[in-house]
Design a protein around this ligand. Structure first.
Ligand code: SF4
Length: 358
């Protein structure tokens, strides 16, 4: 018997699934409210659901219908208790990370979209792991619901922002990511505004062009990190497949078709990409684009020897961009003490396990 996860289904698909078993479609609203608004995992215990819906759940749940309920394998709070990192175990044993970051007046979740990643960025713990598999939509949605449960247990109202910047390359898993975001933004469920969501890519050109073509309502964040092909390919191997000229052309097409600002990420690595000449080259690359640059001091990883750029150098880099007319933000290094860079918690757990075996 094939099973489907209720978290994989859009509202229309949920209505159809219930209708296939003779339930009036309005029961889908109650089911979605419990699943997505109230982040409920114990549907069998919900006495407030209608008798027909409870009978349907009794007959199908854990038979041909299931839920995405990854278990928390590890949870680490930062010393300021504003950043919490969850290591989630999926049904097949794969582990992914979800980070909940607190800022004044708001919380943001950073989601994973794949187990591992095929892009191989040298400074990234996930890239050092290699690709394992794509996440299904329900496995992406479940991370948001986990974050909501966590915040509600803390007496907080819930998430305000989402960034798809955790483990994996979102545009390499395009269909599942876009379906998940459609579910998360549906006003019958979690109801997060599309403008509050950022999809990050290391530069998967076909995905950027598809977002432009489909007028995706989410923010696009492109991780640049280097401004020449030689330097970029050394940091981001996928640059050999989609070199800078193609990437910037896709960004221009995206800007023209959507009229949207693009957010460019620049991980600053001491002595490698943080000089004034690098900053000037970034400004040249971005000429004519409505661009905002996020400057991200490197999160040290176990497998990469690069060091974090000092504050004064970061500020000089920023002032060059500013003089060239590009706004930028120096990203706070949230949760450095909880290994918040993507893949770091999973990697540090794997390292502890292998040390224990030695
Ligand atoms: S930085 Fe992102 S795209 Fe690059 S290897 Fe890590 S997870 Fe993949």
């Amino acid at each position: 018997m094939s099973t489907i996860s209720l978290h994989d289904l859009t509202f229309a698909e949920t209505e159809q699934r219930l209708a296939d078993d003779g339930l009036a479609r309005h029961h889908a609203r109650a089911l979605w409210r419990a699943l997505h608004r109230q982040s409920e995992l114990d549907l069998a215990a919900r006495r407030d659901l209608s008798p027909p819906l409870r009978r349907w759940l009794d007959a199908h749940l854990h038979q041909d219908v299931t839920l995405d309920a990854p278990t928390i394998n590890a949870k680490i709070d930062s010393s300021d208790e504003r950043t919490r990192k969850l290591l989630l175990r999926l049904d097949d044993g794969q582990e992914i990370e979800t980070v909940v970051m607190g800022y004044p007046g708001r919380f943001t979740a950073c989601l994973s979209t794949q187990a591992g990643c095929a892009m191989g960025c040298v400074f990234c713990a996930t890239g050092q792991m290699g690709f394992v598999r794509h996440l299904r939509p329900g496995e992406i949605v479940a991370q948001v619901l986990h974050a909501q449960r966590l915040l509600h247990s803390m007496g907080e109202p819930g998430l305000r922002n989402l960034v798809l910047m955790g483990m994996g390359e979102p545009l390499h898993n395009y269909d599942a990511v876009m379906k998940a975001l459609g579910i998360i933004t549906d006003d019958r469920g979690v109801n997060l505004g599309p403008a509050k969501i950022s999809v990050s890519t290391v530069g998967v050109v076909p995905g950027i062009l598809r977002m432009a073509e489909e007028q995706c309502p989410y923010n696009l964040a492109v991780s640049l990190h280097a401004a020449t092909d030689e330097e970029r390919s050394a940091l981001v191997p996928s640059n050999r497949r989609w070199p800078l000229a193609d990437l910037m052309a896709a960004c221009r097409t995206y800007g023209e078709k959507t009229g949207r600002r693009i957010f460019f990420g620049w991980t600053l690595i001491e002595g490698r990409n943080d000089s004034p000449a690098h900053a000037r080259r970034v400004a040249e690359l971005l000429q004519g684009l409505d661009a905002h640059v996020n400057l991200i001091p490197l999160n040290p990883t176990q497998g990469y020897s690069g060091r974090t750029t000092g504050e004064a150098v970061v500020e000089e880099f920023q002032s060059i961009l500013q003089d060239a007319g590009f706004p930028s933000t120096i990203r706070q290094r949230r949760g450095i003490d909880v290994a918040a860079g993507c893949g770091q918690l999973r990697a540090s757990k794997a390292k502890r396990q292998s040390e224990a075996l030695e």
